[in-house]
Design a binder for this molecule. Structure first.
Ligand code: SAH
Length: 342
């Protein structure tokens, strides 16, 4: 998944007649966003491998594709031998998906339904397998996992499978002095004027960007492990402790977050990572700048807690708080940093 969708315009069609206003309300309607996701080979090939390498699981099964977009995952499942696939999407992109499915001769195997997963009625009572690509930046931005859990609880038969079924969020710390200077300290002096009021706002905004693995100076700490078979919506508002041990003498300017995904229902589990050590994905990594840099020595440890919860007013936004305490040889810093992804 790539970006947020506001309420979709019921009367708009995914056709050349769509206006910029329609695209504003339905950001998934334009093919460009799907192009980015489809071209993310780590993402799309992992889904394909998890399905094609497990035809024994898909053969003659009823499959539900939550947020089918262009229909790619539905077609993977149909090609793997599913008895029938139901693809649901609230965006007008589903009109294109309908054509794509006809062009690829899957119309008898795949039924597409336009609407919100939470509002549509499937023509079947239960399904054997749910497939969905719901992951947002920092995993939980956009809260589409709520939709998958809704579908699981309403339609997945007992013992049914969820693809993927495991997601883990990690935290580490990086040296990022030069870029922090450019993005944050910049506001201290703009052509001789004090713009530092914007600095506070900029600090609150996590940055989605690729991080060079060489900038990572601590080990990584898993802060959230989600089993999609059992997780509840309420578990997605969480506070977790972390401990990061420095691998060298350096300065910490930011924490970074990323996630790994696993398809453990497979005969041989398939995994991919969106971390700084792995191949590029469109999720990149998420950077959280601290107010002050931390001067840290090799072997020293930053301890803290991270809290994450959907924003109360707009549940697609994410409120994140990182509180840390550091007492090293040459420096002591304690901060409570509040961030908002929107
Ligand atoms: N499965 C496709 C698209 C993934 S993007 C692929 O892998 O390429 C996620 C899709 O979920 C978007 O097309 C979006 O419109 C849809 N979506 C998000 N929330 C939804 C909801 N509550 N009900 C129906 N569709 C939803």
């Amino acid at each position: 998944m790539a970006e947020s969708v506001e309420e979709s315009q019921q009367d708009a069609q995914a056709s050349p007649e769509m206006t910029s206003k329609d695209y504003y309300f339905d950001s998934y309607a334009h093919f460009g966003i799907h192009e980015e996701m489809l071209k993310d080979e780590v993402r799309t090939q992992s889904y394909r491998a998890s399905i094609y390498q497990n035809k024994h699981l898909f053969r003659d099964k009823i499959v539900l594709d939550v947020g089918c977009g262009t229909g790619i995952l539905s077609m993977f499942a149909a090609k793997a031998g599913a008895k029938h696939v139901y693809g649901i999407d609230m965006s007008n992109i589903i009109d294109q998906a309908q054509q794509i499915i006809a062009d690829n001769k899957f119309s008898s195997k795949i039924t597409l339904i336009k609407g919100k997963m939470e509002e549509v009625e499937l023509p079947v009572k239960e399904v054997d397998i749910i497939i969905s690509e719901w992951m947002g930046y920092f995993l939980l931005y956009e809260s589409m996992l709520d939709t998958v859990l809704f579908a699981r609880d309403k339609y997945l038969k007992k013992g049914g499978l969820v693809f993927p079924d495991r997601a883990t969020i990690y935290l580490a710390a990086i040296e990022d002095g030069e870029y922090k200077e450019e993005k944050i300290e910049f506001w201290d002096n703009v052509y001789g004027f004090d713009f530092s009021s914007i600095k506070a706002v900029a600090l609150r905004e996590p940055l989605v960007d690729t991080v060079d693995y060489k900038a990572v100076l601590t080990d990584a700490c898993a802060i959230m492990d989600i089993d999609l078979n059992t997780v509840q919506k309420s578990d997605l508002s969480f506070t977790a402790p972390f401990e990061l041990t420095s691998q060298r003498d350096d300065y910490i300017h930011a924490f970074i977050g990323w996630f790994d995904i696993a398809f453990n229902a497979c005969h041989k589990p398939i995994r991919f990572s969106t971390g700084p050590y792995a191949k590029y994905t469109h999720w990149k990594q998420t950077v959280f700048y601290t107010h002050e840099p931390i001067t840290i020595g090799k072997g020293e440890v930053v301890k803290g807690t991270i809290s994450c919860a959907p924003n109360k007013k707009n549940n697609r936004d994410l409120d994140i708080e990182i509180a840390f305490d550091f007492h090293g040889n040459v420096c002591s810093v304690s901060e409570v940093c509040k961030y908002k992804m929107s």
